[in-house]
Design a protein around this ligand. Structure first.
Ligand SMILES: Cc1cc2nc3c(=O)[nH]c(=O)nc-3n(C[C@H](O)[C@H](O)[C@H](O)COP(=O)(O)OP(=O)(O)OC[C@H]3O[C@@H](n4cnc5c(N)ncnc54)[C@H](O)[C@@H]3O)c2cc1C
Length: 376
């Protein structure tokens, strides 16, 4: 097996967390940074809303102007039927940062990878991380595979940014502590005349068995997503396309948005929407960030910004560790755990606002304070 040149830092996963961490490291003067990404930035990725505060994060990363030049769709806030049958607004006109965005996720991920390359990072695409061996000097020997075959990469520090797979952290023995995981069933709708929908807001509607989310996507379709628990989806047979559509028809405000359109994805596609945090997010010379370390309920629309913030904090810690200023990367664990605890409080607040269905299993479960299910 061929061995590559040695790297200071190998980052597994080229999503928002991995590429932003790489850019931050370059800004801090760290050389020889490698990003290993199994995909090729072409496939559809779910998760597109980012809040106005993202602007600040892009500015700190030094990529605000180039991000703005990408012209992603603005999102001016949200309309919700949550806790009340009356419409509520959360308008970004009230935000000092301006509006948020509905991203073209594939293009956004590719943009971040390009920015990392421009900053001097080596980004390997269509290359899968497989497993690791720790050497006597504490470095890691990673085995990676692409169309040319297998090779090994020697790295002083490894950053696991592989998303929910958490490939490296789980190999290091970390376990996920889950907290009320959800499942979503999503389908796109398109106007019959091909016209673009005018909606530039996120639309939320709570129902007895979960909640519906609707947003315009960059391909001019409307994404309609139902969030609920696995048990409710099974018991209500919501994974049957006809049943999903029937329930949508009985969700008046959401159905209003798409009733004149035709469904594109039939059957709707299912995605896990978990909430978890690793019991151990860092070791002496490795750390996990982004969804590899913790995942947030999409109700917060903060998954991407959380990953970008993790990337900023972790790059500072990696730079200190490389200079032997600190003995390990434990500070990353503390940061992620603290942010996760705050997130649980925030989620508790959101779900606590809905009091209309006292007997609903969904709302009862989601309103249990900081309920956590055992390690998996
Ligand atoms: C249904 C749903 C809706 C969501 N909606 C929103 C939203 O509206 N707004 C928001 O901010 N967040 C949303 N999120 C969350 C958001 O998508 C994630 O938090 C975000 O993508 C995390 O970024 P990441 O870089 O940590 O991980 P990812 O984006 O998952 O990136 C991980 C990368 O690692 C790569 N990888 C994995 N394994 C390997 C391997 N072995 N070798 C090499 N590469 C590997 C993957 O190809 C991937 O590119 C949503 C999530 C879900 C599930």
């Amino acid at each position: 097996m061929t061995e590559s040149k040695p790297y200071k830092v190998a980052i597994i996963g080229g999503g928002p967390a991995g590429t932003a961490c790489a850019i931050n490291l370059c800004r801090l003067g760290v050389k020889d940074v490698l990003v290993i990404e199994s995909g090729e930035y072409e496939k559809f990725r779910i998760g597109e809303s980012i809040p106005p505060e993202s602007r600040q994060i892009f500015a700190k990363l030094g990529i605000l102007d180039s991000f703005l030049a990408e012209n992603h769709d603005p999102c001016y806030g949200s309309v919700s039927y949550w806790g009340d049958h009356r419409r509520g607004y959360n308008d970004s006109i009230m935000s000092p940062f301006g509006h948020g965005w509905h991203l073209d996720r594939t293009r956004f991920n590719r943009f971040l990878a390009n920015e990392a390359s421009k900053a001097g990072v080596e980004v390997l695409i269509q290359t899968k991380y497989q497993y690791t061996r720790q050497l006597e000097d504490g470095h890691f020997l990673l085995t990676i595979k692409n169309s040319e075959g297998r090779k090994t990469v020697n790295a002083e520090i490894v950053v696991d940014a592989s998303g929910s797979k958490a490939v490296f952290a789980q190999e290091m023995g970390s376990k996920k502590i889950h907290s009320q995981p959800l499942i979503c069933l999503a389908a796109r709708f398109k106007a019959k005349d091909g016209q673009s929908p005018q909606m530039q807001l996120t639309h939320l509607e709570a129902v007895e068995y979960g909640w519906w989310y609707t947003a315009k996507l960059p391909d001019n379709s409307m994404l309609v997503t139902l969030y609920s628990t696995k048990e409710i989806i099974q018991s209500e047979k919501l994974n049957s396309p006809d049943q999903w559509l029937e329930y949508l028809k009985n969700t008046p405000h959401t159905y209003d948005l798409v009733q004149s359109m035709e469904i594109v994805d039939n059957p709707p596609k299912g995605f896990p929407a978990p909430s978890y945090c690793l019991d151990k997010c860092a070791g002496k010379n490795w750390l996990a960030i982004g969804d590899a370390a913790s995942a947030y309920d999409p109700i917060t629309s903060r998954g991407i910004t959380k990953s970008l913030l993790n990337a900023e904090v972790s790059a500072n810690i990696v730079a200190k560790r490389l200079n032997n200023i600190i003995p390990d990367c434990q500070e990353v664990h503390n940061h992620i755990k603290l942010s996760y605890d705050r997130y649980l409080e925030e989620r508790q607040y959101y779900y606590g606002l809905e009091k209309r269905w006292k007997d609903s299993i969904f709302w009862q479960e989601l309103q249990i304070e900081n309920f956590q299910i055992p390690l998996t």
